[in-house]
Design a protein. Sequence first.
Lengths: 268, 322
Amino acid sequence: MLTLTGICAAVTVSTLFLILAYLVYNGAKSLSLSFFTNLPLGQGETGGGIANAIVGSAEIVGLASLIGIPVGFMAGVYLAEFSGKKLGFLIRYTADLLNGVPSIVIGMFAWTIVVIPLHRYSALAGGLALSLMLIPITARNTEQFLLEVPRTMREGALALGASKWRAIATVIVPAARKGIMTGIILGVARISGETAPLLFTALGNQFWSTSLFEPTASLPVVIYNYATSPYEDWHRQAWAAGLVLLGLVLAANIAARAIVSRGPSLPR
Amino acid sequence: MATGTAIPGMKSKYASGRLRGGDDVVWGVTFLFAALIVAITVLLVFELWVNSAPSRQKFGLGFLSSSLWNPVTNEFGALPFIYGTVVTSFLALLISVPLGVGAAIYLAELAAPRLSTVLTFLVELLAAIPSVIFGLIAIFTLVPVMRGYIGPGLKAALGWTPVFSGPVFGVGYLTAGLILAIMTFPFIISVSREALMAVPRDQREAALALGATRWESTWQIVLPFARLGIFGAIFLGLARALGETMAVTMVIGNSPTVRASLLSPGYTIASVIANEFTEANGKYYVSGLVELGLVLFALTMAINGLAQLVIVLTAKKGSAKA
């Protein structure tokens, strides 16, 4: 019976390796410099690339981080340092609720508040949608790591005469910075792989988008569109783009965990 | 100087007396951002409600029970999508819960600590994979396998039951359920593993001292002890599966019908929104899709609420029973 559980573990872990193997096997042969620097070509033509998708993703994720990280961090600081019981419960519950909203519904929401008023699809809408997913993760993560800072450090700072905000800014937050940074990196990695919120906010673009108010290509949406298309060449590119996306996301995850495990731990 | 609390400024502003000027500013700023979260969520529900108004007014509660989805005649019903969402999610749980809890038992009880850490890390990496990648794999590797081997195999063995009748397309409820199962593994495993590790050692040792085998101790003592946490894990996995869009959209088959056979194509709420939203014209079409989004939101909110409740109950009880 117990060996069965070992088999279960083996099966579940092996799915990770199977996925990696398939991606590398199918995608690696299409990776080339031209793949990273060309614009997509029309159906049936060979030699297209994902340059605008990579830049577009960077734009959208960058915008989302610019909005989401400060809001999430500040909210986390409030939850950890200032909030009372009832208000804290309400905010935490709402943050968890927002976290649990399906990404397609978030996309719908961004559509109603950005795309409709502006009458256009835009990288702004896409960035906003992704930031809505980043905010609750960042807030709860920041709160968690701030609360883990030992009491002795807080008391020490206050005993030395620091005002509360000084204590937070110069002692408590720096003490928790590794965990907070890890959470942010993991959050950004997560939203950079999200497709559904971008489907009707940033839409997609076959060319370079010159402003944040234009439809913008992004890596996950390109993968989705190419994979569901009937063209062999686009399938090939979908595999390669998938390999690129997965590589970036996994690299971010491994880097984040390396930050946490290495380096001096908090003094007890 | 301090009133009410042992350390001035440690508790909320009101309990400890006056905060100084700079503290007030920081309190105000951080509160603003925290309140923003609440404001955004309220706005989200409001926008969903308002934008689904035409459809809600036209179809009323019958929206939830009608199977008609006809953009041409402006008749919309949510039943096939609710059915598809529920069927694929439960199928996913049916596969991933036994495998996941089994793996969690292995990682928590049997594996050497270092091996357990490495394997848990790998499982968490699985959680980080974007869903469109899962969809990519599903379309090009799972669907052919389904069409060529698993589907015909199931049909040959169980084709007489309505659950496996009908032609094998390769896409459909079963394929979507399978890929969803793979996507929910990490959640089930990591939360269950923590629940199992929270069971105190003396419980296990007491069972073993009374003569139970390793398996008996795990199955009859440890697992029931951790069952609330495991239920929490299951609800979490269910909530994730209900809202999952991309991987399911790529393999569900896009057929807005209610069919008993797991081999037939279907549709889920998230998939129909993803596929048809950008092309929806006319206020009933668009608001119908928004109403579907509202239904999905309500569904996931309910399940998440249950999951939170279960997890809170587990934490309260600690690891002590009653």
